[in-house]
Design a protein around this ligand. Structure first.
Ligand SMILES: *Cc1c(COP(=O)(O)O)cnc(C)c1O
Length: 358
């Protein structure tokens, strides 16, 4: 029986993406791979129809490597970034900045609540030394889609660059780069883009990257060293060749199926179906579904049902669900709905969910 992944990445692959992994043996320092790198960067920018003021860099590593590279490169040693946290991934960015020896201010909010905009404004009024705002778009911990438009409306008039962890939203949610004035975002091949894990990327304003020389404390995650990717197409280090083949194919499939807007619509249809089944089982969503992202739903574990039992029953039926993280690990579980999931799979999933939860 085929296993369907309902964890927040990696996802169940399409046949086309799996087939792309079988591409020819290729040296990463040959013109074929350099051309492919440029093509993939062009397609990544094309997901949100970005014009020439934005650029992208791809690197071999999981989503966290792109997030860490973005922070390493675009936050200078003397900066005072403000990190807005309402989950594990906001905390992870605060931790990364601390490890890089950078003086981040961290505003911690309730993990079950939206980011407090009034608190942000008050903080910025009282602290004019803040140099950028950093937050998570879809906080996968709870599946909350943070309202970046509203945060941008506070950051933009103050001229504060906004850096986003968009690892679990890029390709499956709206990211209004121009309207919100996004300075940079980090994302990965293997979530809403439906590629294979191993390649991640940063989309950034060209001018910011150009001015970021010397910021990064390390070598591998210094995005300024990847400049060649948009020139002759060469990367400074060995790339995961087959994973880039797969990402190229996944981006073609995304475009052919109607782009991010259509992908969000299909995720929403899936998650609404899963939420309806949960309602029928009297399993409550952890947060208000209107504040949830399209690609994952967090649910409260019903009394009398432990996560390991639910997980194992679902796995037996061919579905991999996901535990809670941090303080929420005992009280919740998550069901993501990215990747190759057909209507039959969804019907089977809802039946398995009903059986596993009763
Ligand atoms: C998945 C994810 C990451 C990165 O996780 P990796 O395991 O490094 O790929 C970062 N941020 C968010 C919001 C995520 O969902």
């Amino acid at each position: 029986m085929k296993t369907i992944l309902l964890n927040p990445g990696p996802v169940t692959l399409s046949d086309g993406v799996r087939q792309a992994l079988m591409g020819p043996d290729t040296c990463h320092r040959e013109v074929e791979f350099a051309d492919l790198t440029k093509t993939v960067i062009h397609k990544l920018l094309g997901v949100y129809a970005l014009e020439s003021s934005y650029t992208a860099r791809v690197l071999t590593g999981s989503g966290s490597s792109a997030v860490e590279a973005m922070l390493a490169t675009l936050v200078a040693p003397g900066d005072r970034p403000l990190v807005l946290c309402n989950g594990v991934y906001g905390e992870r960015m605060a931790n990364m900045l601390a490890r890089q020896g950078k003086q981040a201010e961290v505003v911690r909010g309730d993990w079950l609540a939206p980011i407090e905009l009034q608190a942000l404004e008050t903080r910025l009024e009282s602290d004019p030394t803040i140099t950028q705002i950093i937050t998570v778009h879809n906080e996968t911990t709870t599946g909350r889609l943070n309202d970046i438009g509203k945060i941008a409306a506070i950051a933009k008039p103050r001229g504060l660059p906004l850096l986003l962890d968009a690892v679990s939203s890029f390709g499956g949610e709206e990211i209004d780069f121009i309207g919100w004035g996004i300075a940079a975002c980090a994302a990965t091949a293997n979530k809403c883009l439906h590629g294979v894990p191993g390649i991640s990327f940063v989309v950034a304003q060209e001018s910011l990257l150009a001015a970021a020389e010397g910021n990064a404390p390390g070598l591998y995650l210094d995005l300024t060293a990847y400049r060649g990717q948009v020139g002759d197409g060469y990367s400074p280090f060995t790339q995961s060749v087959q994973v880039l083949f797969a990402l190229n194919q996944a981006l073609d499939e995304l475009a052919a199926s109607g782009g991010w807007l259509q992908r969000r619509a299909s995720y929403r249809a899936r998650s609404e179906s899963i939420r309806a089944q949960a309602r029928a089982l009297e399993i409550e969503p952890l947060i208000d579904p209107t504040e949830s992202s399209s690609m994952i739903t967090a649910f409260k574990l019903p009394t009398g049902l432990s996560y390991p039992i639910l997980h194992d029953r679902m796995k037996q039926a061919g579905f991999i669900i996901y535990a809670g993280q941090g303080d929420l690990s005992k009280s919740m579980f998550r069901i993501a709905n990215m990747g190759e999931i057909g209507p039959d799979d969804l019907a089977r999933l809802n039946r398995a969910f009903a059986e596993a939860a009763t």
